[in-house]
Write a protein that binds this ligand. Structure first.
Ligand code: ATP
Ligand code: MG
Length: 425
């Protein structure tokens, strides 16, 4: 027998039972974004491969190992977006949204990375990201972080997440530190495994992030980033810390936080949790003042972050399962009785929906006796059943059965909206 076709490994369906969590979380976060003056941007899920290799950097995990890249029928190399900062910058340059302007943007959508699927790590996952263009000061960095802190409070997970913060300075400062770090790490080259020896020649700052305990031990004696920061970045960072202190956002300065993508400078941050096992980073970002220019736009300051929706949904479900109160699908279930035609109930249903647009009204389809139809109404946890029999049709009435009390009455269809409103409020 042929095997059923299944979804692609690491790419999940979101079924009706799960969608309520997603929608409630998304709605809450969108409402907060609006309260800070952000606008949504939607860009394509596929971009030219060179956009990502140039923006993210050739020698990064994402570009080296994780991209879904393919040739389209013209032989152009395209890639399913692994992140969306590059896409936003591309769109911003293409449509003239950036130079000499301010933009506060957000996006929400699927991203694709060829990774080993496990809890909190998938091949298609969703990010809610924010990108701000045209603002260079630490105050906007602070405001972005404050907004994320508000997200966690509103989702009821604020006690379970913490903020790690660092400054990785200017490009020049980073180049200087990189040299010093490489010289330090070279002394121990034989202690590093193959991956890190490779890293040493390609992306040595990433070694600071290593989860390997031996490497971490060795790093205890490594030169500190802070000692190589340029003065402007130092001051930028000091003000950011002061602003966070003033608004009560707690953070830990983590000098080893460097982030995996090449385009960051100055502020970098991550929100982490202990509650999800290995996949503990729920939200990460920072400044990327050089990226617009790097992609051939005119120099524009930029700062942003991306949050992993799957990890947030997991966390909210685990910590705050009552976040989504049980929500009924149907308020009113409308059914025909006897010889009444399906046409009559569809016409009545449309009339009621015209008058009560917020009402959740489901009509019965598929026949059966009245007992079966009422059982359906119960299954959907409807509060009221409307029954349209031949008599009711003839006199322009409808029977209203309150399924909570069992009480039943006949009512004129003309006034049905008023009666339903009374019964349901
Ligand atoms: P990680 O270290 O977990 O691989 P990252 O540094 O690759 O994360 P970013 O590129 O900064 O992640 O993406 C921002 C956020 O998107 C992450 O903090 C995480 O919450 C989420 N994320 C990244 N990759 C995945 C994935 N494969 N599946 C689910 N969520 C992901
Ligand atoms: Mg990753």
């Amino acid at each position: 027998m042929a095997k059923n076709i299944q979804s692609i490994r690491g790419m999940n369906d979101c079924l009706p039972a799960d969608i309520q969590f997603w929608q409630k979380i998304e709605n809450k976060l969108k409402q907060i974004l609006a309260s800070y003056g952000f606008s949504e941007i939607r860009t394509p899920m596929v971009e030219q491969t060179s956009l990502f290799s140039r923006a993210i950097g050739e020698i990064t995990d994402v570009v080296e190992k994780e991209m879904y890249t393919f040739d389209d029928r013209d032989g152009d190399s395209l890639t399913l977006r692994p992140e969306n900062t590059a896409g936003c910058v591309r769109a911003g340059i293409e449509h003239g949204l950036l130079y000499n302007q301010q933009q506060r943007l957000w996006y929400l959508g699927p991203m694709f990375r060829y990774e080993r699927p496990q809890k909190g790590r998938y091949r298609q996952f969703h990010q809610l990201g924010v990108e701000v263009f045209g603002l260079a000061g630490p105050d906007i960095d602070a405001e972005l972080i404050m907004m994320t802190a508000r997200w966690w409070r509103e989702l009821g997970i604020d006690k379970y997440v913490s903020l790690e913060l660092n400054s990785i300075g200017s490009l020049a400062a980073r180049a200087k530190y990189r040299q010093v770090l490489v010289t330090f790490l070279q002394q121990y080259e034989n202690k590093l495994d193959e991956d890190y020896r490779h890293g040493l020649s390609t992306n040595p700052l990433r070694i600071l992030d290593s989860k390997n305990i031996n490497v971490q031990k060795l790093l205890n004696d490594a030169p500190l980033f802070a000692d190589y920061l340029d003065d402007d970045s130092k001051q930028h960072f000091a003000i950011l810390c002061k602003l966070l202190d003033a608004t009560g956002v707690k953070y830990r300065i983590n000098q080893r936080l460097v982030r995996g993508l090449d385009y960051y400078n100055r502020t970098v941050f991550e929100w982490v949790t202990d509650s999800l096992g290995a996949q503990g980073t729920i939200c990460a970002g920072g400044r990327y003042d050089g990226l617009v220019e790097q992609l051939d736009g005119r120099s524009t300051s930029a700062v942003g972050f991306a949050m992993g929706m799957e990890r947030i949904v997991l966390l909210v479900r685990q910590i705050n399962p009552d976040f989504v109160a049980e929500c009924n699908l149907v308020d009113v279930y409308l059914m025909a009785c006897g010889e009444t035609s399906q046409q009559a109930i569809l016409v009545l249903a449309e009339k009621i929906r015209d008058e009560l647009p917020g009402l959740k009204l489901m009509t019965h389809h598929g026949g059966g006796n009245i007992k079966k139809k009422l059982a359906r109404a119960d299954k959907y946890q409807a509060k009221i059943a409307l029954i349209l029999g031949e008599d009711e049709c003839q006199y322009g009435q409808v029977t209203i059965k309150d399924l909570r009390t069992g009480e039943q009455e006949k009512f004129f269809q003309q006034q049905i909206a008023i009666r339903l409103t009374e019964l349901l409020t």
